[in-house]
Design a protein around this ligand. Sequence first.
Ligand SMILES: Nc1nc2c(ncn2[C@@H]2O[C@H](COP(=O)(O)OP(=O)(O)OP(=O)(O)O)[C@@H](O)[C@H]2O)c(=O)[nH]1
Ligand SMILES: [Mg+2]
Length: 586
Amino acid sequence: MADELRLVLLGGHQSGKSNVAHSFLNVKRESDQITTECVKMEGDINGRKIILVDTPGWWKCYQLCDSTECLKAELVRSTSVCPPGPHAFLLVMEVDLDFSEKHGKAAEGHMQFISEDVWDQTIIVFTKLQHLGDRTMEQYVEIEGENLQKLTQKCGNRYVGFDTDLDRDGSQAKELFRQIEKLVAENNGRSFKADAKRLNDLETKIKNVEERAAARAQQVLEKRRKLEEIKRNAEAEHDGSPLNIVLLGWVLSGKTLACNLILGDDVSFDKTVKCVRTRGEVNGRNVTVVDTPSFWKFLPYQLNADSVNTEILKAMDPCPDAILLLIPLDTSFSEEQMEIILENMRPLGEKVWRQTMVLFTCGGKLGNKPIEYHIESEGDALVRLVEMCGNRYHVFESMSMREDRTQVDQLLEKIKEMIREGALLESNDEHQGKNKKSQERETLSEWLRVEDVKKLLNEEWERSNAMMKDMLKTMSTQKFVRTGKSLDEPLDLRGEGINTELFINKHQLKDAIEREWNRQEAVDSARIQYKLKCLNANAETSSCADEEDIKMSCAKVNEWHQKNHFSDYGSVSSYEEHDKTEQDRD
Ligand SMILES: Nc1nc2c(ncn2[C@@H]2O[C@H](COP(=O)(O)OP(=O)(O)OP(=O)(O)O)[C@@H](O)[C@H]2O)c(=O)[nH]1
Ligand SMILES: [Mg+2]
């Protein structure tokens, strides 16, 4: 139909897209809910049929790569919801107090993801105009600076203001309509042509995702049914025993919020810097929730503050019944995140995954889609994570659902199932263990108590340190060549006599210890080289080295060692550098 006008509304999350859509079409808005998928709306303006597609918004400062695959797919799909394609895109942006480069990039990135060609058909719609104060729209664009101007220029300087609260007489809606008509006329009525192949591929992808999501949901259901059966056949479970839950996750994943939701407490949005144990009663059961400081989402484990790593280990003592790994649903999850999570979980040992469940937060972003759809669409990394957790996951809505305890009840139910599953795996281990030779016992006891390991490490470190000191003391003018001390007798980590409350993975630890000891070896060898240098220098000035000189050299080496021994950083060359400056000073 020639007269039909097709529009797609795009923009940041909470920028006012749905408000604009309803006001423009003069349709009453029933709910303030966030938009999670494309919504096709129809109306009539001046006898002209309007088809308008409302879309979910991106986070204003998120780059495209940080948006979920679901969101990106909806953006592309928006152009196909109003075939044969929209006449105009309305880029809805609230009048921001500080429109930064980041905001500009986010808008550009998401718009261009739809197509490089969107700009010729885009009009910016500024909302929430109360922030303008005394300024006009033009003044605002002028004053806001180059970041915003770059964007308005991309849109051929087409922009209008539309505040749904202030537009009492409908003049702003009229002006928007006029601008749209003008643009359509300039484009000779041409509508946007989406890449047909891309849309086709997307459709196939969505179908596949839906199928896989349904299969996963079914798989989970079957497993849960089996566990329920086992429960019925087994003796009555001790449902009343206290439950110890640890929350882990990257920054701003919602751990504190989840802790409060579980225990029904008040929310504190203070940054968690130490692990915080909060006790409460949930459905008559004593529940302790341990909140932990966050690791990074993008930065590797090595860049965590030391306290993060130590606090997470502290949270594991006593051994928790369940670990909830929090993953927000409003952001991407790629291989990079998987790697970081693996790094952070590694110190907790292989078996930690038996007790871990993914707790998805920001569940409101799912809309009507099942969580399995998000898991499958987000890609392999998230699928692998979920599977590492034995296909166990749960979704928490948000604060708006605080009063609804069903999400917590369901979580506790799933935790109980996980404990049951863990017990089954343990008994399988035991069963298999009986048939193995005793030397193979080692592989089954891969877990070590942090405290025991720490003690062992420090003792071993001190022991080799003392050996080193002795060696330096007994060094004489005789040429002494040492090829370096290797860890001939590795630490006995077989676990004999070590508490079975285990939570450090032996193999990972062995690697780390080896590296530590390699380092000590390198440092010691540098010290020996230094000592030899001193002795050689003495030999050059006197035919027979003076006892006194040797003692002084030893004292110097010792002093240097005391100062530097506990340094965690630096390379062997930095020690050599240090030696040089010490020598220069002398
Ligand atoms: N004062 C004022 N408030 C607005 C305006 N537009 C939107 N709001 C408010 O901003 C909030 C978000 O508006 P929505 O229209 O739901 O925003 P949206 O862009 O559709 O949000 P998502 O669907 O979550 O991406 C709501 O509380 C609105 O009432 C406006 O022009 N003026
Ligand atoms: Mg909306």
